[in-house]
Design a binder for this molecule. Structure first.
Ligand SMILES: [Zn+2]
Length: 276
């Protein structure tokens, strides 16, 4: 699937992500921020204007110094300075065997209100889940975006923060008894299970299979509603977790269930207004 996006969306994407370079196949040499958190276009804007190969990936650009093609025309002192700086950084780069990885620049409950158009451009990169179905679900963009991060195990839960060298309390703030991971927090945690049990049987195996088994087969009106409920419940469990970690406030299960129902009710109210 090929998805077209505007330069603004691409720029937003690049602002929100950090790339850790692997084999250099998925990363654009000039445009992506893969070189100590910056893009070569930012480090050397004048060279970017001169280069002949503006859209190649890092792997191709590094082969036989391809990125220098067109740069023999550099003439001003500023261009030469930019060349020396970029050359010095590029010289240190070693490509690996693993695919390049994209991580989110913002943490936890930071920045969810991104446009759906911005989200859609990623769908093609992750084909091991029915992502178009997720994007078509009856939920607010922030909730779908949450679902998208969640299903890829990209939420900043305690295990992930600690693994990346950050400091946090390792224990799940919902049940206060086991170590926090995405699957623990969402599926096997005693608090989360109470929330889910108010709704449906909780048969956790693996995140994506679990998600699909919760929302059922595609196409029926009932499955759309179930899917919506699953998204709002999962999103609310995560919000409750963040409420406890960041605001030191807590809701009990009936209070959270009331909020979830209110969220879904609000979605229908807004949606019906738009359809009239
Ligand atoms: Zn827990």
């Amino acid at each position: 699937m090929t998805i077209h996006h505007t330069p603004t969306e691409l720029e937003l994407f690049r602002t929100c992500t950090i790339i850790s370079l692997g084999n250099g196949q998925r990363t654009r040499f000039w445009h992506d921020r893969w070189l100590q958190g910056k893009s070569p276009k930012e480090i050397a804007p004048d060279l970017y204007k001169l280069t002949w190969r503006k859209n190649e990936n890092v792997a191709a650009s590094l082969t036989n110094g391809q990125w220098k093609r067109g740069l023999r025309r550099l003439s001003t002192t500023e261009e030469i300075n930019q060349y020396v700086e970029l050359w010095g950084l590029v010289r240190e780069v070693q490509l690996g065997d693993q695919p390049d990885d994209i991580a989110w620049r913002f943490l936890a409950n930071g920045m969810y209100s991104l446009s759906l158009a911005f989200l859609l451009q990623f769908v093609g990169a992750f084909t091991d889940h029915d992502w178009p179905r997720l994007w078509a679900s009856k939920a607010e963009n922030k909730c779908m975006f949450f679902g998208w991060l969640f299903l890829q195990n990209k939420l900043w839960t305690a295990d992930r923060i600690l693994k990346h060298g950050g400091q946090t309390n390792a224990t799940c703030s919902l049940c206060c008894s086991t170590a926090e991971t995405v699957s623990q927090m969402m599926a096997t945690c005693s608090y989360a299970m109470q929330v889910w049990n108010s709704f449906a049987a909780n048969n956790y195996r693996r995140l994506k299979r679990w998600w699909t088994s919760m929302i059922g087969t595609v196409g029926t009106q009932a499955s759309k509603q179930t899917e919506q409920a699953v998204i709002y419940i999962a999103w609310s469990i995560w919000k409750e977790r963040c409420r406890r970690v960041f605001d030191s406030k807590a809701l009990n299960v009936p209070q959270l269930m009331a909020l979830i129902k209110q969220d879904i009710h609000n979605w229908h109210t807004v949606h019906n207004l738009w359809e009239e």
